[in-house]
Each structure stands twice: as structure tokens, then as C-alpha cells.
Design a protein. Sequence first.
Length: 344
Amino acid sequence: MELSFRWYGENDPVKLQDIKQIPNMNHIVSAIYDVPVGNVWEKERIEALKSSVEKEGLALSVIESLPVHESIKLGENNRDHLIENYKESLKNLGESGIKTVCYNFMPVFDWTRTDLHHRLQDGSETLLYDHEYVQTIDPVTTNLNLPGWDESYTKAEMAALIEKYRTMTDDDLWENLGYFLNEVLPVAIEHDINLTIHPDDPPWSIFGIPRIIRSKESYDKLVTINNAKNNGICFCTGSLGCLEENDLPEMIRAFGDHIHFVHMRNIKRLDNHSFVETGHLSKDGSVDMKAVIKALKDINYKGTIRPDHGRMIWGETGKAGYGLFDRALGATYINGLIEGVNQS
């Protein structure tokens, strides 16, 4: 198991010089954030990103994310052209030595929270999802934007997208995911890239649109599309842990050959599908973090783990969930868990 840290590039207030001071931290997770979704990631841009990481003595080990265009998810007529661009980006990443690429198949919203500044009892700020509040909102008819929504869409564009997805079933979205994977996996396999799909966040339908990557049954269906190890999983304890019925250690042991990237964070489940993000410690939330690390050891997991979202502590400001201090504490905690299970 190798520790990694997400970095948002040169404009990230968290600098590589800070990240590399975290004990046992050698790997960076990043992406090219200014290329429009659907366009090719040129090799020169990938090499420039890689070089900026390596000059600090770190390794660019995971790309998170190479986004999937909405037209691919919707199965629209222009998807073949967009998929060809995706293949070209994968080829360029593989030729640049990138072996793990994360993506998601969430319609419209990558993730949804209702509050980025929820104050915990200790005075820290964290992310909150209030399901009852979400149920009162229709993004087609309201002017309200929630945290995590893609602001590159106009109000009319977002409404049109949502209406398209509302005509789809889960089976329709699965069919489009299968079409996409059957096209891109041969390129991933040729270039020894593990594609890892991130679970839906939260892992249930919102706003009347389908979401399909949320449970053991979802992963059973995913590997049925193609059982190659390159058809992989980004195992996110925070997203999957929102559902009490998800037995995370059992899921890890069931799909070990397909897990190539792990997000470690804790959440505390509240009433009626609501949840709050907590510190990483098991006692602070609903996820048994030690049991997760133990299961990863049981499958002899050799890939990267990153401390996922952190609280804002000690007066730090910046991108919600992605400050330095609490994620560094999370990395240190994960270090201790790994050392503990290795010695037990």
C-alpha cells in the first residue's frame, strides 16, 4: 500500500513542497484541469504535469479524473467521436507512464453536498449532506446551486441535461457504461492502464436521475461487463460507507483483483440518508477504518491510497475538503493503521 495525495496543480494553495513533508508520502494524484471535457489530453501537457511533480521528488501515480462527457453517459449520437478522443487521451497517458486512471459515470453532478462549512463540536468545518433538504429542491425550477455542482453549465443547459437523464432508467445508464467500457478497455489493456470507476457520491438517486455505482451488486455487474483486471474500482470508503448495508471489508475481499485505487475518509451516517464528513479516525464516524486496511492487506493490495476529504482546521482556508492540515493528519493515521496491520 502506497500513500498518495491529491494536488490540484500549480494554482493549488497546497504546494508540492508541503505535501512531500508528510511522512511516507511519495505519490501524487492529479489531472489537467483546464482541458474541456471531451477534448484530447495532449502528450505535451501530460509530460509537463508529470515533470512538475517529479522535480519535487514525487511520482505522478494516478490521474483523477479523466472526465467522461455527458453525451457518452447519455448515449447520444456524437458519443463515438468523444470516445475516440478518450482513447487518444488514454494512449497518451499510457505512453507517459501513467498506470492508474480514475473516472466516474455520475450524471451531471460529480458529488453533492448541502453545506461546505458545517461546524463540528470541536470548531472545525466540514462537508454535510442533508437528504431531506435535497428532496425539497428541483434543480430544473430553482435558481439555487448546491456545492459540487458544475458551474460551467448555464441554468438552461443544466435543466436540459437533467430532463434528458430523467427519461433514462438505471438499465439505460448501465448499457451506456458497457458501451463505453467495451470501447476504451482494449486501449487501457494495450497500455497497461487500470481504469478505476469512482462510486456515486452519494450512492443513491438524486433529483430523479439514475446513479448506478453504489453497492456490491453494482460491482458484480461492472465486472460482468468485462472481467479484465483493468476494468477497475476506485474504492471510496466515504461514498460507499454512506449506505449501512455496504460491508466494506467484505466488498474489498470480493473484488480485490479489480481494486487499484483507494480513497480513505470517514463519514458519520445521520438519519434518513444524511451524513457528515468527520476526521479519519474510526471512532469519529461510521466506517471502521482499521477493518478496511486489514481487508486491503488480506488481498495483498499494492496500489495507492489517498486521504480523501479533510476538515478545515487551525484556521486554514481553501478548497473545501482539500486543505493540507487535516488530510496530512489523515495520512499519518493511515500510516499507523498500515504499520499496525503489517505487524499484527
